[in-house]
Design a protein around this ligand. Structure first.
Ligand SMILES: [Fe+2]
Length: 283
């Protein structure tokens, strides 16, 4: 019987890669990189063999989509930030059976979900690739990526997909870590200001709400958070409308979840947005 062993809300900011390059920003995201490495260490200690990543950089316009290729291999350059992420080589095993099982279960719950395999040209996006670069450096853990920038879906649909993920994992023979890869608030700076805003949030209001949300997570006030999630996503420009977060909590038990989040490092501001790495115990 399979198991959901680890769950986390994680950052994927491109400045993590800049942090590793010589220059004035070298080391600027060391703590976030270490947060990812810590999640990778914990995953290995728990016997995790598969990462399921809810990727807010995979835009889908209709239905839900899962990259269930048997192998993910390519060289990635971000079309959004080609000056930050370029020529990133990757090669991970996938898991077609798990992807197909998640899709079937979500579809049975009324949320049309397609799993794609045998499509070599369907690559991974950087919401998956950045966490995998640090959590899965040896590329020994398989990867299933799920589109998390769901253009026009309701939160309840992502809740159902999250529940489908949990059921499919538990029916499988895999040990899984589930990652919601997306920011907290996500109002990137206006174009004329973005170059100077690498370490600053764009709206004080967003920062205050982000910090309140982190308090709620650490205090286990998840039912309250779920209640405000649609307003939070809307008013604080949630990345991918925060569908990654809705899927994550769907898998954890939605408003019945009683776990408390563990921040692996401090909240940080990046190009106008609010970021974190928070682990949630699976109950
Ligand atoms: Fe992002």
């Amino acid at each position: 019987m399979g198991k959901l062993a680890l769950a986390a809300k994680v950052t994927h900011v491109p400045s993590m890669l800049i942090s590793e390059m010589p220059g004035k920003h070298q080391g600027c995201r060391d703590f976030a990189i270490e947060g990812h490495r810590e999640i990778g260490r914990r995953a290995r200690e728990l016997g995790v063999d598969t990462f399921v990543v809810l990727d807010t950089h995979w835009l889908v316009n209709s239905g839900y989509h899962i990259n269930a290729n048997a192998r993910h291999r390519g060289i990635y350059t971000s079309t959004e930030f080609p000056h930050f992420i370029r020529d990133l080589e990757y090669d991970y095993q996938g898991n077609t059976a798990l992807g197909e099982s998640i899709a079937a279960k979500a579809t049975a719950k009324g949320v049309l979900t397609r799993a794609h395999s045998g499509v070599e040209s369907l690559g991974l996006e950087y919401g998956t690739l950045v966490p995998m670069k640090y959590m899965n450096e040896e590329a020994d853990i398989s990867v299933v990526s799920i589109g998390g920038w769901v253009y026009s879906a309701e939160m309840e649909e992502s809740q159902a997909v999250g529940e489908a993920i949990r059921e499919a994992v538990e029916e499988s023979d895999r040990c899984v870590a589930l990652l919601a890869s997306g920011s907290l608030s996500h109002r990137i700076w206006d174009n004329r200001e973005v170059e100077d805003g690498l370490f600053k949030i764009s709206k004080p209001f967003n920062k205050e709400v982000d910090l309140m949300v982190l308090d709620m997570w650490q205090e286990g006030r998840i039912a309250e958070f779920i209640d405000m999630l649609p307003d939070y996503a809307k008013n604080c420009s949630g990345e991918g409308n925060m569908h990654d977060t809705a899927m994550l909590f769907g898998a954890l038990g939605w408003d019945n979840y009683t776990g408390k989040g563990e921040m692996l490092h401090q909240y940080f501001e990046s190009s106008g947005t609010g970021q974190c790495n928070v682990v949630f115990p699976v109950m």
